[in-house]
Design a protein around this ligand. Structure first.
Ligand SMILES: CCCCCC/C=C/CC(=O)SCCNC(=O)CCNC(=O)[C@H](O)C(C)(C)COP(=O)(O)OP(=O)(O)OC[C@H]1O[C@@H](n2cnc3c(N)ncnc32)[C@H](O)[C@@H]1OP(=O)(O)O
Length: 719
């Protein structure tokens, strides 16, 4: 829908009306076509302004329409009609002008933006390219290098940057529509020849081939296997080398392959999943819309290791006063320096003053007495954490929320240490905590909806994809990761090498395979957790085969590697070797290969050929199977929660939509069949036994992922 009015006597004002973001639905496109016609045929009107209602210009094409048959006027002829108009058309940009929204503005003759507006062509993040002429107009307007950057990354620019790049003609701090109307009055009657971007030649960079080759390599490196960034480079190349009409044809051709691709479906699914997880619901029925968060002005972080430091920075950067507590003086000094450095670098990037004075440091836990929320980030040891929680209960003012940053321990046990367990939730950050985009908010049976709402709101303010999950060992992310890693160890026993496993996973799209990632994170962390769970015992002590624990197959390979002092990059060797401790470049290690050969010989294992497909099926399907168990147990409310956790916290390739979406794309029947096959071959590996929810989904015809919740609900109601 679009509303038409006449203002200042001679300016036709068109207002896009489609809350919440004025997306270009069929009705809006029809509204634009009709109102532009009205304005151009009205002899009183000398110029036109297009704006959006409710402070937002336009969030682009209506993504919800993508899966359906397209109705209404197409975008390209609509843009051409605007550009060809013989009266100046001015875009008044408030809020956002994104995707088709910016393309609409590029079809106009002038663009005026509010200083707080953001502009961009984020189509690539949805598996698409700017196919309403945007890939052809933007390079003509701002040059090839800048257009390549914006189109291949999808990044949003501020109004100030847009002005500097030449995307907008004027920036205002005042009412944008008033400024645009005033501007429209001044340009009425002027020649528009130079203002029609499609008629301009594209500026020619000096070494076109080298520029595009470099751009192509960059996109192939940064999003391995993703097809949209490659198509974006090809479309901009068309703008630089072909006349506009032919470039537009190329844009259309490239878009046609992207539009129906599985990658576009996956990326659009993740767009909506990211928003859906904000609408959390606990098994009790409490939910986001009925639970009001508590205001948090002052917070404390206990324990200033790497995690505690990152959390302190993240909280400070959203404007909170933070009390940072570390009992060890030497560590406190080290942390203070690290936190100040991170705040200074962050502030420099944003062009603001570093908020150093918002952090106060103390060695004394009494300093938390007046805070609204505490995040405990001490060493991952239940005894220590219990002690801290007891102390916090004695010191904090009534009503203070107590959060633990444990990555796997039982947060409900910690809640039991306090007189008010309803005030306890888990806030599982990912390292580095001020950078990583995921937060698991873990609720126990006694956590209050208000505590969950507060942690979720805090996560959102910190710019994190925050997902509310139930309490269990490893929560969602690490519970699934354990089975992925376990399969990788089994594959080594059966004949694979770390290189083969990593290659398969990296080809799939993970930025790092499981072994390279483990070397980076440090092998000692998992070793310590396994030891505390009693799984890593010497053979003599257990009196049974070292490869069987609790009646199930167990691989001690990682423990044996740790016993050699090989903790990964930090010690200069792990699954790979490095030039020196702290080295980053992983090299194949003959010692490791010989160790594997000796290990297999000792245990009577015969190495067999393993291909990439088996690596993927074993590692990914075991993890997906656990995802179904998590849904069955009610630990995650829906597949979107799991997928957002994996995409934002575990490097799952975004263009594959997360593990549960991936399973639906592969076909649930196929996943079930392969799990049955592998479980038959490895009956002592329970994680390969297909879980009942997967079987039930297959039995009910493998419904699409957005319908799984209905099946889960039915399953729960029958339990
Ligand atoms: C074969 C040829 C076909 C040609 C097709 C032409 C193609 C054109 C390409 C495009 O334009 S693709 C779309 C490009 N636009 C975007 O990617 C922008 C996406 N939106 C955002 O980034 C943000 O929503 C925002 C606009 C910056 C606003 O952010 P804010 O935090 O304020 O709100 P949200 O919670 O994100 O969104 C609110 C609500 O609106 C829904 N929504 C947002 N954008 C769209 C959209 N473009 N289409 C449909 N719906 C949209 C969003 O899903 C939220 O609703 P929900 O119910 O909570 O999910």
């Amino acid at each position: 829908m679009a509303q038409y009015t006449r203002v200042s006597g001679i300016v036709g004002l068109i207002t896009l009306q489609n809350p919440p973001v004025n997306a270009l639905s069929a009705a809006v496109r029809q509204g634009i076509v009709d109102t532009v016609k009205t304005a151009l045929s009205d002899p009183q009107v000398k110029s036109v302004v297009i704006c959006g209602q409710n402070g937002i210009f336009c969030g682009g094409a209506d993504i919800k329409e993508f899966g359906e048959k397209m109705f209404g006027p197409p975008l390209i002829p609509m843009m051409h009609a605007i550009e060809a108009a013989d009266k100046p058309v001015v875009a008044a940009i408030e809020g956002s002008a994104l995707g088709g929204g910016l393309e609409l503005a590029l079809g106009c003759h002038y663009r005026i933006a509010h200083s707080k507006a953001r502009l961009g062509l984020p189509e690539v993040t949805l598996g698409l390219l700017p196919a309403a002429g945007g890939s052809q107009r933007l390079p003509r307007l701002i040059g090839v290098p800048a257009a390549l950057d914006l189109i291949t990354t999808g990044r949003h620019v501020t109004a100030a940057e847009a002005l500097q790049l030449g995307i907008v003609d004027q920036v205002t701090d005042h009412n944008t529509v008033d400024a645009a109307v005033k501007f429209a009055l001044t340009v009425a009657g002027q020649s528009l020849d130079a203002r029609r971007i499609s008629t301009r030649p594209c500026p020619q960079p000096s070494d076109l081939d080298a520029l595009f080759e470099e751009a192509m390599q960059k996109v192939r490196r940064s999003a391995r296997g993703a097809i949209a960034p490659v198509a974006c480079v090809q479309a901009v190349r068309a703008a630089a080398t072909l006349p506009y009409a032919l470039g537009l044809e190329r844009e259309k051709e490239l878009m046609a392959t992207l539009f129906t691709s599985g990658q576009a479906r996956a990326l659009q699914y993740i767009f909506f999943a990211q928003r859906a997880v904000g609408r959390w619901r606990m098994p009790s029925g409490a939910s986001w819309d009925t639970s009001k968060p508590r205001p948090i002005n002052k917070a404390a972080v206990i324990g200033l290791g790497t995690m505690g430091q990152g959390i302190t920075v993240a909280l400070t950067q959203i404007g909170l006063s933070v009390v940072a507590i570390e009992t060890q003086e030497k560590q406190l000094m080290k942390a203070k320096q690290a936190i100040s450095g991170m705040l200074e670098r962050g502030a420099k990037r944003r062009g603001v003053a570093p908020p150093l004075d918002r952090v106060s440091y103390s060695q004394n836990i009494q300093a938390v007495a007046d805070v609204d929320l505490v995040i405990e980030a001490v060493f991952e040891d239940m005894g220590l954490k219990m002690e801290v929680f007891q102390q916090l209960s004695a010191v904090c003012k009534p009503g203070t929320l107590l959060c633990t940053n444990t990555s796997a321990l039982d947060m409900d046990q910690l809640a039991s240490e306090t007189p008010n367990p309803e005030l306890v939730v888990g806030m599982h950050f990912f390292s580095p905590a001020h950078v990583m985009k995921l937060l698991e908010v873990v609720y126990g049976p006694r956590s209050s909806p208000q505590a969950v709402a507060t942690a979720m709101q805090l996560g959102k303010k910190m710019g994190k994809a925050s997902v509310a999950v139930g309490n269990c060992t490893g929560f969602v992310g690490n519970r699934m990761l354990k089975l992925y890693t376990e399969q990788a160890f089994f594959l080594l026993e059966e004949g694979a090498t770390p290189e083969l496993v990593d290659e398969a996973l990296e080809e799939f799209g993970f930025p790092m395979g499981v072994f390279r990632m483990s070397d980076l994170a440090g092998l000692d962390v998992g070793w310590r957790i396994r030891k505390s769970a009693g799984l890593e015992e010497p053979i003599e002590a257990s009196g049974q085969s070292v490869r069987i624990r609790n009646g199930c197959r167990y691989s001690p390979i990682a423990d044996l590697i740790c016993e050699q002092g090989r903790f990964g990059q930090k010690t200069g060797s792990g699954w790979y070797q490095y030039d020196a401790p702290g080295g980053r470049v992983a090299r194949s290690d003959p010692w490791l290969h010989s160790f594997l050969a000796k290990y297999r010989a000792r245990h009577g294992l015969v190495a067999r050929g393993i291909d990439h497909q088996e690596v993927l099926e074993r590692c990914l399907y075991a993890m997906i199977n656990e995802g179904f168990r998590i849904l069955e147990d009610g630990i995650a409310a829906g597949p979107e929660d799991i997928d957002v956790i994996y995409v934002f916290g575990y490097g799952w390739p975004r263009h594959r939509g997360g593990p549960m979406f991936y399973a639906s794309m592969v076909g649930l029947a196929k996943v079930l069949e392969r799990l049955e096959h592998y479980h038959h071959a490895h009956p002592d590996v329970p994680s390969l036994q297909p879980c009942s929810l997967l079987k039930r989904l297959v039995a009910s015809g493998s419904p699409p992922v957005h319908r799984w919740r209905e099946v889960i609900k039915k399953l729960h109601s029958q339990l």
